[in-house]
Design a binder for this molecule. Structure first.
Ligand code: KIV
Ligand code: ZN
Length: 532
């Protein structure tokens, strides 16, 4: 066994009996397919790099047959992240149709550790209404699919979809046949988030007893959160012998989401006395990963979200503050540093130089050089002029803006707006395209609409705003505002992001960013990051 394989979980046969739990991240597949979370190829690549830094064992990067863009994303992740020195496994999802598996292999084959994950439903409800197939037909298709996938690679995972509502004996028969056909991982999904912890734990234990050859595969679980039990169900499955859990950053995913990676990992770490297992995850990377996902998707977690929410480590009640000041252990079961959360440290000011800026970014995990560094430094200087105190969070907002930036076909050059009680809000905007200035004006119900009308007039486009979110990056009246917009341009929906201390300017930047994404959707990444 190589060092890399030891580090990331080793061979499935050995792992089936060990105290190492494999973390299978499906943020880029189950997470991404949920409404509002879609990512383009560049964004998926950025996330995949960060997941590798987090040291997850497997990245499920997409469902290659579902679209050309998904195929491309899986292939690019396999070619880049899958080729790192100690890479995670790169997995693609496929149904049991043989053509799906061929397409999946075409995408994952570039990885050093490719995995094919094939699934078919085994519950009678799905068989009758969705697949219109008999139990015998589904069993046969599952076996053929696993065999076909094994023709391509050793690492094949099989999932009986809707396992929590499947007939137990039949599902065990399918699992046994899938392992005989060569599946190395059998993943038990609670597809509809129906299971309750005690029965789910018992079900996993019974599967391990009943399926004659279960010791030849890793037992995995994949829990959805419809009844709020996804993390509890994943943890109880581990207590009953599961040695892989499928989960997502911030718990994103279909409907109410998937089990949240950060909650599972920190529960296992904080309560090692209860679970007695370890993961390979570098927990200090959790916060940054969560923030990057929010930045890319424009969807922020609720303040009280366990582990990564804004208030997760904030002690507000007087009695709690008093206790924590005397001794942190009174109310703090984890330290913010354990998940890589800085204490909003004041880092740089308007007199800080380019070198200090570069070094601080490096400490935060981003290596910028040349024109990218110049651009980010200029934005930092502008910010430091407007804002007395510049925090890590501000720097992260700037650099993440640059990382997910598309080539700027249109650049915001000038913005003037008038608004107030009793006035019709109006705006004048100047954009540059290939260094040529274009100016126009607009009015609206509010200053944002006025600015967007002016931009529409310049770009000769009409966007319908589907969603608009504004949040302060840090505390304080002079905080930077981060705006994310979702815009429908004649049937094509695009997300755009922008930040500034002026919220109307941030709104304009986000809208221009959306137009640039529409015009130039998937460029090569601009910013080099430090590898894991
Ligand atoms: O929820 C589910 O059943 C799935 C399968 C494809 C594993 O996502
Ligand atoms: Zn799922």
């Amino acid at each position: 066994m190589t060092a890399a394989r030891e580090e990331r979980g080793g061979s499935p046969m050995v792992e089936a009996m060990s105290d190492r739990v494999m973390i299978f991240d499906t943020t880029l597949r189950d997470g991404e397919q949920a409404p509002g979370f879609s990512m383009n190829v560049v964004e998926k690549l950025e996330m995949a790099r960060q997941l590798a830094r987090l040291n997850v064992d497997v990245i499920e990067a997409g469902f290659p047959i579902s679209s050309d863009e998904d195929f491309q994303a899986v292939r690019e992740v396999a070619k880049t992240v899958g080729q790192l020195e100690h890479p995670p496994g790169i997995c693609g999802l496929s149904r049991v149709a043989l053509g799906d598996i061929d397409r999946c292999w075409e995408a994952v084959k570039y990885a050093k550790r490719p995995r094919i994950h094939t699934f078919v439903a085994t519950s009678d409800i799905h068989l009758k209404y969705k697949l219109r197939k008999s139990r015998a037909e589904v069993l046969k298709a599952a076996v053929e699919a696993v065999r076909h996938a094994r023709g391509y690679c050793d690492d094949v995972e099989f999932s009986p979809e809707d396992a929590s509502r499947s007939d137990f004996d039949y599902m065990c028969e399918v699992l046994e046949a899938a392992i005989d056909a060569g599946a190395r991982t059998i993943n038990i999904p609670d597809t509809v988030g129906y299971a309750m912890p005690q029965e789910w734990g018992e079900r996993i234990a019974r599967i391990r007893e009943r399926v004659r050859n279960s010791h030849k595969a890793i037992v995995s679980v994949h829990c959805h959160n419809d009844l709020g039990q996804a993390v509890a169900n994943s943890l109880v499955a581990i207590q009953n012998g599961a040695r892989q859990v499928e989960c997502t950053i911030n718990g994103i995913g279909e409907r109410a989401g998937n089990a949240s990676l950060e909650e599972i990992v920190m529960a296992l770490q904080t309560r090692k006395d209860v679970f007695g297992v370890v993961t390979g995850v570098r927990s200090e990377e959790i916060y940054r990963t969560s923030k990057l996902l929010s930045h890319i998707t424009g969807v922020h977690v609720q303040p009280n979200k366990a582990i990564v929410g804004e208030n997760a480590f904030a002690h507000e009640a007087g009695i709690h503050q008093d206790g924590v000041l005397k001794e942190k252990l009174t109310y703090e079961i984890m330290r913010p540093q354990d998940i890589g959360r800085s204490s909003n440290k004041l880092v740089l000011g308007k007199h800080s130089g380019r070198h200090a800026f570069k070094i601080r970014l490096k400490d935060l995990g981003f290596e910028l050089d040349g024109p990218e560094l110049d651009k980010a430094f200029k934005r930092f200087k502008d910010l430091a002029d407007k804002k007395k105190e510049v925090y890590d969070e501000d720097l992260l907002a700037i650099v993440k803006d640059e990382m997910t930036q598309v080539p700027e076909t249109w650049v915001l050059d000038y913005l003037h707006f008038v608004s107030g009680t009793g006035l019709i809000p109006s705006a004048t905007v100047r954009l540059r395209r290939e260094d040529q200035p274009f100016q126009d004006s607009g009015t609206g119900d509010g200053p944002v609409e006025a600015v967007y009308s002016a931009i529409d007039a310049i770009a000769g486009i009409k966007g319908r705003l589907l969603d608009y979110n504004l949040r302060a990056v840090t505390q304080g009246r002079d905080a930077m505002g981060e705006v994310s917009v979702k815009v429908d341009f004649d049937g094509t929906v695009v997300v755009g992001k922008g930040s500034s201390t002026d919220v109307i300017e941030a709104s304009a930047r986000a809208y221009v960013n959306a137009i640039n994404r529409l015009v130039r959707p998937a460029p090569a990444p601009q910013v080099k990051e430090i590898g894991p």
